[in-house]
Design a protein. Structure first.
Lengths: 114, 113
């Protein structure tokens, strides 16, 4: 089945630790995205990548880092510099061409900082 | 920063009733307006979408109404069912900077049996 796989589903972290969230897609999409979801704030864009070895900051990139070494993979690292990392993180992908650029989402990773 | 406003924040509807969620945007540089449905613990999924050259789009019980001059669009769910209980997000796709999406804050819909 084609889709987006995020792991882990739940993650706990101590303050001062970096953590990496995995995102893999087998939809052959060029573009991949990371969003952060907080209650009552919708989805906010952290980073996006439209092609391998290239990525751009979104609206809330501070304290996060990404890499795009393979088309299928777009891992997100939440660094210790992120002041309030507890959130639900969503990875998405889309075609870069076409008429819609519909976003396909994974099932999310919930990060809790203890 | 481009914004999409959404209301109400939460909505309770009786089974069989009509659910209406409204969104408004502040920038004309959008070319695609989707609605996403999200169940608890899951990622959002595309429900229905519209382009600004169309005033209405209907798919089954779901209808988008679009008012370009007012910069407003709404989702109507006819004959609402308990299975429709979810959070709904409106969004708008920008025409610049990689055509990224801006999302509304979401509406939590509860349909009572």
């Amino acid at each position: 089945d084609g889709g987006i796989t995020q792991s882990p589903k739940y993650l706990f972290r101590k303050e001062g630790q970096n953590v990496t969230l995995s995102c893999e897609q087998n939809l052959n999409h060029d573009a991949m995205y990371w969003y952060r979801q907080d209650p009552g704030q919708g989805l906010r864009l952290i980073y996006y990548s439209q092609i391998v070895n290239d990525f751009q900051k979104g609206d809330i990139a501070e304290g996060y880092s990404v890499s795009r070494e393979k088309k299928e993979s777009f891992p997100l690292t939440v660094t210790s510099a992120q002041k309030n990392p507890t959130a639900f993180y969503l990875c998405a992908s889309s075609w870069t061409g076409g008429n819609t650029g519909e976003l396909f989402f994974g099932e999310g990773s919930r990060l809790t900082v203890l | 920063q481009q914004q999409v406003k959404q209301s109400p924040q939460s909505l309770i509807v009786q089974k069989g009733g009509i659910s209406i969620i409204n969104c408004a945007y502040e920038n004309t540089a959008f070319d695609y307006f989707p609605w996403y449905q999200q169940f608890p613990g899951k990622g959002p999924a595309l429900l229905i979408a519209i382009r600004p050259d169309v005033s209405e789009k209907k798919e089954g019980r779901f209808t988008i109404s679009f008012n370009k001059s007012a910069k407003q669009f709404s989702l109507h769910i006819m004959d609402s069912q308990p299975g429709d209980s979810a959070t709904y997000f409106c969004a708008a796709r920008g025409t610049s900077r990689g055509q990224n999406f801006v999302f509304g804050p979401g509406t939590r819909l509860s349909v009572l049996p």
